[in-house]
Design a protein. Structure first.
Length: 289
């Protein structure tokens, strides 16, 4: 539809490869008349365009590795400004550490290049659809040594809401990087619970929980699916191409490093016998609590 200025979704694509930049921009334009796409060739140009824009961008798709100013630096600056856009990072295979750092900096999602049209449009549409939820307060009953718990349907919107819930970690002055690692671990587990556990069935719930104790944070996530055997999850780093092909054939988002990513972020993972509930523990310096 053709809308007023308030109806238009403004997207900025930041990519230094001309062919890929054009592919992404053309694909996003096809989302509809209510989408306006601008392009920048590197991070420095992107920040200049942001400074000169009459209105904020709603979504920024940004490559990580670029000349002059990279995607991580762009994210750092956007976070410093409290810039309101959702940010999706574009990454190559083997950039796991960079992905983790960008998600810690506030990126809402990442896409692994080469990016398929369906995957690209789905990620952009979800980010634009749920972006307003990021700023909404989430009421949660809690006490300093009790459980916080949130449940919701198997839809990506719960992840946006849960980011606000996990902001409660700041109330307890949990030191970085532990607070960011816990937030990232639960978000990755949440994606897996929605996609692999509940198969995107909105009639099934996903439950999150978090408990702050002296010296450690305990979190859990539970879905209503049939469960799985965590000992038989293929390692994507062994054969990345085969891993991506398997996920594509299953209709899942590319990437899928969730479980292996969490193993590096959390100190202990404990699964129930069914395999639909995992408890993750992060040990802290006692001075951080």
């Amino acid at each position: 539809m053709t809308g007023t200025t308030s109806d238009v979704h403004r997207i900025l694509v930041v990519e230094d490869m001309p062919a890929l930049q054009a592919h992404i921009a053309e694909t996003l334009v096809d989302l509809g008349d209510s989408v306006v796409v601008h392009k920048a060739n590197d991070g420095r140009e992107a920040l200049q365009m942001i400074d000169q824009a009459s209105e904020p961008y709603h979504l920024i798709m940004c490559d990580i590795i670029m000349p002059r100013l990279d995607g991580e630096s762009v994210l750092t600056e956007l976070r410093r400004r409290n810039y309101p856009a959702a940010v999706i990072m574009l990454t190559a295979l083997g950039q796991d550490d960079m992905i983790v750092r960008c998600l810690r900096q506030g990126a809402c999602d990442y896409l692994v290049k080469p990016v398929g049209i369906d995957e690209l449009t789905a990620a952009a549409a979800k980010a634009l659809q749920h972006m307003p939820l990021v700023g909404h307060a989430l009421e949660v009953e809690y006490d300093p040594h009790g459980w916080f718990e949130v449940a919701g349907e198997s839809d990506p919107s719960i992840l946006y809401k849960y980011r606000r819930f996990l902001g409660l970690l700041d109330k307890f002055k949990i030191a970085e990087p532990a607070a960011s690692e816990v937030r990232l671990a639960l978000e990755e587990l949440g994606r897996n619970a929605i996609e692999w556990g509940n198969h995107n069935d909105r009639s099934k719930k996903v439950r999150f929980g978090c408990r702050i104790l002296p010296g450690k944070i305990i979190v859990y996530i539970e879905d209503e699916g049939d469960g799985f055997d965590p000992n038989h999850v293929p390692d994507p780093s062994v054969d990345p191409i085969a891993h991506l092909e398997q996920r594509k054939a299953a209709g899942k988002r590319l990437g899928g490093y969730g479980i292996h990513l969490i193993k590096h972020l959390m100190d202990k993972l404990i699964y129930n016998a069914r395999g639909n509930r995992v408890v993750a523990i992060k040990y802290l310096d006692k001075a951080a609590v």
